[in-house]
Ligand binder design. Structure first.
Ligand code: HEM
Length: 399
């Protein structure tokens, strides 16, 4: 007799652009399958749209372990690296976080921010054009995808322009440095947030830090440490996710030229194009991690309380059962809803902002650089796989 242990798959980690055949087989043969995560922990990988969506909306599954002292390392390995950064908090903290941050993403704020986003995108494209004057091959990743989203987070938080270089440096070090340097960067960032909050107290604006300073006035338990955690969470959740969607989106459009030409000809296609980028380019590799808070059966598989599940929104978004010709990039498909921003209680709080960013990037590129084309073979590109958000690290283009 074989046991689940015997049948456990190593966690699949191919190139994010090559996940399709593997997911296809899993959805068909084993939509809930026992895997070992890269950190060596047991988990259930879930790949079909129906189960992934249902589990994301099911209160019997949570981001926190029902008995944290027994939680496996998957929490650190997957969730901390994940799109939602350090928000694997208990339910009470989670609803407090949502309450504190929700006003920052209101339609009114998004309207205000859209001007900043447009100015940032135009500034980046100006620098691409200037670079093109000396060398026709320009790295779109370094000059647009990477710098733009962090600039937007600065605007969201109310970081003054003169502090932007410091802010970028600290957020890079918090994200990529290891050990002591990451810790030092985090401490320095905490001091920066405190200074910024004091400045906003004297002179409030329409930004997250000003909102949080106002919340402090009403709640004396809300201190600078928590304010710093919320700001760090926004950087982790909102930066690399957006960087990688820009890179993947450009790749999708450059390798499916007709869709790029259609967008150039008709800018009103940008919203549908961005949703299709979000669907096919949803964070792949590791998915969203949840723990069972009760014994539950899912698609005929018994899941025990405390088990970890990895819900692959990338595999779900490519499920032919939901999308028909799911692997085709087709902005005109009728079923536009996808799980690229998650679903349920943890649905991406920054989705409205991410959409403004991506729409602005693709509309402005199509308008200003209609002859954009890749300056390298797709298979020469370094497509990162070791991270939940997966994406390119350089993107040479020309026009
Ligand atoms: C949550 C994706 C941009 C802030 C999430 C989740 C996903 C996601 C899939 C759900 C995580 C889960 O259920 O475990 C993305 C993608 C983005 C993006 C693909 C870019 C295209 C942003 C931006 C911000 C942001 C720009 C803010 C500046 C958050 C936060 C959460 C979250 C705070 C946690 C919500 C919660 O736990 O209740 N995001 N996100 N995201 N995202 Fe985003």
């Amino acid at each position: 007799m074989t046991t689940t242990e015997d049948r456990r798959l190593p966690f699949p980690r191919p190139n994010i652009l090559e996940l399709a055949p593997l997911y296809e087989a899993l959805r068909r043969e084993a939509p809930v399958v026992a895997v070992t995560t890269p950190a060596g922990d047991p988990a259930w990988l879930v790949t079909r749209f129906d189960e992934v969506k249902q589990l994301l909306g099911d209160k019997r599954f949570g981001r926190s372990h029902p008995a944290p002292e027994q939680a496996s390392k998957i929490n650190r390995a997957a969730v901390l690296e994940g799109p939602s950064g350090n928000y694997e908090t208990e339910a009470a903290d989670h609803s407090r976080m949502r309450r504190l941050l929700t006003p920052a993403f209101s339609a009114k704020r998004m309207n205000r921010l859209s001007g900043d986003v447009q100015a940032l995108v135009d500034g980046c494209i100006d620098r691409m054009v200037a670079a093109h004057d000396t060398d026709p091959v320009v790295d779109l990743h370094a000059l647009l995808a990477l710098p733009m989203p962090i600039g937007v987070i600065c605007a969201l938080l109310g970081v003054p322009e003169e502090d932007a270089p410091l802010f970028r440096d600290l957020s890079d070090r918090m994200g990529t440095a290891s050990g002591a340097d990451a810790h030092a960067a985090r401490e320095e960032f905490g001091r920066y947030v405190t200074r910024l909050a004091e400045a906003k107290r004297a002179n409030p604006g329409q930004d997250v830090i000003s909102d949080l300073v106002a919340a402090q006035a009403a709640d004396e338990t809300f201190g600078y440490a928590e304010m710093t955690r919320l700001a760090v969470g926004l950087i982790f959740a909102g930066h690399e996710t957006t960087v990688n969607r820009i890179g993947l989106g450009v790749l999708f459009l450059m390798t499916r030229r007709q869709h790029w030409d259609d967008l150039v000809a008709d800018p009103s296609r940008v919203n549908a194009t961005v949703e299709e980028i979000m669907r096919l380019g949803a964070p792949g590799d590791l998915g969203l991690v949840r723990y069972a808070h009760e014994d539950v059966s899912v698609a005929g598989v018994d899941i025990a309380r405390g088990d970890a599940l990895v819900l692959s929104i990338n595999a779900a978004n490519r499920d032919p059962g939901e999308y028909g010709a799911a692997e085709e990039f087709d902005p005109d498909r009728p079923e536009r809803a996808h799980l690229g921003f998650g679903h349920g209680a943890h649905f991406c709080i920054g989705a409205s902002l991410a959409r403004v960013e991506l729409r602005t990037v693709f509309a402005t590129l199509a308008r200003r650089l209609p002859d954009l084309r890749p300056a390298a073979e797709l298979d020469e590109l370094d497509v990162r796989t070791g991270h939940i958000t997966g994406g390119v690290t350089t993107l040479p283009v020309t026009w």
